[in-house]
Design a protein around this ligand. Structure first.
Ligand code: CMP
Length: 137
């Protein structure tokens, strides 16, 4: 079993896609081990995306991630990291495969509806950024 962090970004929440995203994860056999709706500050978004601090899109990305509520969740299952990335599709919706969340709903490479951890080390950091052990069931 593996755990990964999934975020429904402000655009996904604004578009009423919380149920749609969770449904797609559950239909693939993944389990929601923790979940909450929160709003993060620009500083909290900067801390979460610290690995991208030198990228040209860092400022705009962290403005976007703090513009409205998000849903953060811990998703568990076999190969959960890869499974979630497959369900989400490529970062750039123009390159995402048919039937993926980003192909179906994302506006552009930044406003791309969902986030999923890219590797086990990131998942560990990202899960502990939002959840304590007693919240993961
Ligand atoms: P995510 O999977 O959350 O990881 C980093 C995020 O930065 C990514 O999804 C996009 O929202 C955003 N991002 C990645 N590349 C670019 C880019 N070239 N321009 C703007 N935003 C980007």
């Amino acid at each position: 079993m593996q755990r990964t962090l999934v975020i429904i970004k402000p655009d996904g929440v604004q578009k009423n896609l919380i149920g749609e995203v969770i449904g797609r994860l559950e239909k693939r056999g993944l389990r929601i081990a923790a979940l909450k709706k929160i709003k993060i500050s620009k500083e909290q978004a900067k801390g979460f995306y610290i690995v991208h601090k030198d990228k040209p899109f860092y400022d705009s990305l962290t403005d976007f991630m703090s513009e409205g509520p998000i849903v953060v969740m811990v998703v568990e299952g076999k190969d959960a990291i890869l499974e979630v990335r497959d369900i989400m599709g490529a970062t750039n919706p123009a390159e995402a495969k048919e039937g993926t969340i980003r192909r179906d709903f994302a506006e552009n490479i930044e406003r791309n509806i969902v986030h999923g951890s890219d590797k086990p080390e990131s998942a560990g950091f990202e899960i502990s950024y939002f959840f304590s052990q007693i919240e993961i069931l």
